[in-house]
Design a protein around this ligand. Structure first.
Ligand SMILES: O=C(O)c1cccc(C(=O)CC[C@H]2O[C@@H](n3cnc4c(=O)[nH]cnc43)[C@H](O)[C@@H]2O)c1
Length: 220
């Protein structure tokens, strides 16, 4: 935790360069933010976030940011989701009765809590900026959902979840281990369900990410 200066130091971890560049465009050289690429998937994101937190100046907040899928009826393409919690949805065991989460197995938790007041203040600031945004659980998976069946099963298990991506839980565990609060902010590029690359709207999602980061400068 940074106890030296009064200025908050914020680490933002994205998966790929395009997300980093979109986030940086919105920041307009705000020196409080350090934006790094953590790679695709929870393992790479966790390892690289942990290394940054262990070797660089102390941070006051970690943000996992990027594009995501949106659950139909929860988060439309081009909208934003601020994580109310970060859930590793495929961390557990397959049983004859269905998926059993790590929490149900009793081996720890697949959920990383988020500071609700901080997440709510970010959500309210995005709403005040007239950006479509929702505060809801964001799922982390190691495999992009590609069928209606998987999407329906995830929604059945976690009906409040609005988005899925691949890095949030990894970044969040690294931040949690370092005792630093974490947020996940996603811009929806596609609907979660049957794989249809032509339906992905990356450009719109990157624009939403840039708009979100320009608001974060004001609220953080
Ligand atoms: O299925 C494809 O051919 C395909 C086309 C474009 C991108 C992908 C990805 O795997 C992107 C993964 C990357 O983006 C995040 N992301 C975006 N949408 C989703 C999603 O619906 N489910 C999970 N992750 C998503 C993710 O965080 C990665 O960083 C595939």
């Amino acid at each position: 935790m940074n106890t030296q200066s009064t200025e908050k130091r914020i680490l933002v971890v994205t998966s790929v360069e395009a997300e980093r560049d979109a986030f940086l465009r919105g920041l307009r050289d705000d020196g409080r933010f350090t934006v790094r690429i953590g790679g695709v998937g929870p393992i790479a994101a966790a390892a690289r976030t942990a290394r940054i937190l262990a070797t660089e100046e102390p941070f006051d907040l970690v943000i996992c940011a990027g594009i995501s899928g949106g659950f139909v009826g929860q988060a439309e393409v081009g909208s934003l989701v601020v994580g109310s919690e970060i859930v590793c949805a495929d961390l557990g065991a397959e049983t004859a009765e269905g998926f059993c989460s790590l929490d149900e197995l009793g081996f720890g938790s697949a959920h990383v809590p988020v500071d609700q007041q901080l997440a709510a203040s970010v959500t309210e600031a995005l709403q005040a900026a007239k950006l479509p945004v929702k505060m809801a659980p964001i799922l982390t998976l190691s495999t992009v959902t590609g069928t209606a069946q998987t999407a329906a099963e995830l929604a059945r298990r976690m009906p409040d979840a609005a988005a899925e991506a691949m890095e949030g839980y990894g970044v969040a565990v690294a931040a949690q281990d370092a005792g630093i609060p974490v947020l996940e902010i996603r811009a929806v590029s596609n609907a979660i369900g049957p794989r249809d690359k032509s339906a992905w709207r990356m450009k719109e999602a990157f624009a939403a990410l840039e708009a979100a980061s320009s608001v974060l400068r004001e609220v953080l």
